[in-house]
Write a protein that binds this ligand. Structure first.
Ligand SMILES: Cc1cc2nc3c(=O)[nH]c(=O)nc-3n(C[C@H](O)[C@H](O)[C@H](O)COP(=O)(O)OP(=O)(O)OC[C@H]3O[C@@H](n4cnc5c(N)ncnc54)[C@H](O)[C@@H]3O)c2cc1C
Length: 360
């Protein structure tokens, strides 16, 4: 194996940017390509978990995240307007007993600032179209105004849910898709819910998550149709900053690595946002796989990482089922949530450790 590894990262989302940072710390200068023009102005992820804060601490990123984001210390569960349970994150052990609320755009901006400070080359409007070659000797084609080719030893597939790299490797996803659409709003709200905490509100027909982003702008998302009709009583609605729809997939790539090509982040696994794990898992993928590349052990990545990812996605599905879908089990949870209250002190400490990424 050559000492100097030429590494190309396809995708400058949170997974690709973190990978570049971790590799740079290990002495490499990867090249990053992304087809988009710049960081997206709308943010999917809001929750940065303590595991990510632990991983990013050594790179000076955690301090910047903490200075920018908001600490959310609890999530409440409601049956419509009736309060059922407060899951208090401050009860977890560790340095960061909270979920940091920070728009994905801002997390990416902070990571990008560090990438640029380290002079890691990153090119936008640069679409990966194909690769050829085998282990240690790849040629990849990038399309800008004109196409060009570069040689490399490793390819990092951080190119998201529709990963062309995964497609070209002919690696399928294992899993399923919920047959329902989720609505999403980033919207100004004036109401009585505690703005410092998160809220999950369950109704017989589905559920919604409500988390304040900044000022009086809240993220409202869930599988209820015309979801704004389910806001707490006496809520006043202001400006809508983003309105979107998405569907839930629970899928894991059948293999995460082939020779010197590794799939990380959404290119490798998809699941509902209910556990706030997606971006955080992608950052963990980057941390682990960067070390394996450095130690010439990338071939071990699938065996080391995939069982954990699979278990995680299954557990996220168990949590999501309380909100999503029309299965009997889901409806029972939503209808009987009040009478399940006595189980919560047993279940919820495990749920909060899981959601906070402290189940490692
Ligand atoms: C509503 C919602 C809420 C969420 N909330 C949370 C949360 O609170 N916490 C959390 O951890 N996760 C959350 N997630 C999940 C999180 O947003 C994703 O897991 C995360 O964005 C994945 O990062 P990534 O870098 O792997 O992929 P992406 O963010 O999708 O980035 C992939 C990049 O690859 C680029 N790309 C794609 N194809 C090519 C190509 N051919 N050539 C060049 N570039 C290419 C794209 O332009 C993109 O920039 C949420 C998701 C949704 C939908």
């Amino acid at each position: 194996m050559k000492k100097n590894k030429e590494i190309v990262i396809v995708g400058a989302g949170p997974s690709g940017l973190s990978m570049a940072l971790f590799l740079s710390e290990l002495g490499y200068t990867p090249r990053i390509f992304d087809k988009k023009e710049a960081i997206n102005k709308h943010s999917k992820a809001l929750g940065v978990n303590p595991r990510t804060l632990e991983l990013m601490k050594a790179y000076g990123i955690t301090d910047r995240f903490l200075a920018n984001g908001r600490k959310m210390h609890a999530v409440n569960i409601w049956k419509a307007d009736k309060h059922i349970f407060k899951n208090d994150f401050s009860k977890v052990n560790g340095e960061y007993p909270f979920m940091l609320i920070q728009a994905q755009k801002e997390s990416e901006e902070i990571l990008l600032e560090e990438i640029e400070a380290r002079k890691i080359p990153i090119q936008y409007q640069s679409e990966f179209t194909q690769f050829s070659g085998t282990k240690n000797n790849y040629t990849i084609t990038i399309k800008q105004e004109h196409s060009f080719q570069i040689d490399c030893d490793f390819i990092i597939g951080a190119d998201g849910a529709k990963s062309k790299i995964r497609e070209q490797l002919n690696i399928g996803y294992q899993g399923f898709r919920y047959d329902e659409e989720w609505e999403l709003f980033d919207i100004e709200l004036d109401m009585d819910l505690n703005p410092e905490e998160g809220h999950i509100r369950l109704f017989p027909e589905g559920g919604m998550i409500m988390i304040r982003l900044k000022n009086n702008v809240w993220r409202v998302a869930g599988n209820l149709k015309s979801i704004l009709n389910y806001l707490p009583k006496k809520t006043s609605i202001g400006e809508i900053y983003w309105e979107s729809k998405f569907s839930i997939n629970h899928k894991v790539a059948k293999n995460l690595v082939r020779d010197n090509i590794v799939l990380i982040g959404d290119a490798a696994h998809l699941h509902s946002p209910v556990g706030a794990r997606g971006m955080n898992l992608g950052i963990e993928d980057a941390f682990i796989s960067s070390r394996l590349i450095h130690e010439n052990r990338l071939h071990e990545y699938n065996a080391l990482r995939r069982p954990y990812i699979e278990t995680t996605v299954n557990r996220i599905n168990n949590i999501t089922m309380g909100m999503a879908g029309n299965a009997t089990f889901s409806r029972i949870i939503r209808n009987q949530i009040g009478s399940m209250k006595m189980l919560f002190p047993i279940i919820m400490p495990r749920v909060r450790n899981f959601v906070l990424g402290l189940d490692k």
